[in-house]
Design a protein around this ligand. Sequence first.
Ligand code: 4NP
Length: 148
Amino acid sequence: MKSILFVCLGNICRSPLAEGVAREFIKNHNLSISVDSCGTGDYHKGENPCPNSIKVSKQHGIDIAQHRARAITKEDFKKFDFIVALDDSNISNLLKMGCPTEKLHKLGFFGYDNQDVPDPYFFDRFEGFEKVFTMIESCVHNIFKEFK
Ligand code: 4NP
């Protein structure tokens, strides 16, 4: 695995967390893997992550505040070796857009019974973001363990 792309819907809540956790792991383990994240939608193009995602990652020593949301492009399907969706609706959107099936994975497959990572955006409570962070952190670490 040389490059990994995490994909959710808006690229402001879940996939920036996955990217941040992966960047931290890569840094701490001196790996040479490139990582990025994006959304299947462009509703939040150019925006920073949502405040609760910035807050929960900061509590875990990870700074994602500089991230800017972007939507996936067809180039991403060529550029990245490993494309990791956060939920089933992301998977179906990616398949409709032509994502190669052999590159496509679901984050919850890696230690969470293939569950969707729920979208905390529409729930105001911070607790939801803590749960989502725990799930994302565990699955991202498992990806690196499996593919190291
Ligand atoms: P994300 O959450 O996919 O985890 O970034 C979302 C944030 C905003 C919207 C959708 C999902 N939205 O449609 O505004």
